[in-house]
Design a protein. Structure first.
Length: 133
């Protein structure tokens, strides 16, 4: 946490959030994210993931932050796909399978994934419906 590198600090706060001091870790990530501003997409995504991991009462905050990262990052880059995946995962966590599938379908149609990892992940969400019928 004492590192001058914000990425290292973020990792420390994320570990703190997973341990006994969830609010302290989330507060630290929030401060780092705010200090970084619009160029801090990776830190914002780290906070979004930590919020999602902290429980259902923070999933909406996580989604709101992931939407900001999607809007402020270049379409098709790794950060953009990670933020999109966070949004889909949050819908799935909330049991909103149809919404998750709609997002996955839209993004696969409008921003074809160049990496097979992202294509496979988003396509797996589309299969979710078939397994539930």
């Amino acid at each position: 946490l004492d590192s001058p590198n914000p990425t290292v600090q973020a990792s420390g706060y994320r570990l703190l959030a997973w341990s006994s001091d969830a609010s302290g870790g989330l507060d630290g990530l929030t401060r780092l994210s705010q200090q970084a501003g619009r160029v801090g997409g990776a830190l914002q995504l780290e906070l979004s993931n930590a919020l999602a991991d902290s429980g259902p009462n923070r999933w909406q905050q996580s989604s709101d932050l992931a939407k900001i990262v999607v809007a402020n990052s270049a379409a098709g880059n790794q950060l953009n796909w990670q933020a999109r995946w966070r949004l889909v995962k949050n819908h799935l966590l909330l049991g909103e399978i149809t919404e998750a599938q709609q997002l996955a379908k839209l993004w696969l149609a409008t921003q074809p994934a160049e990496m097979s990892l992202w294509k496979t992940r988003f396509e797996s969400v589309l299969l979710e419906r078939k397994s539930n019928n």
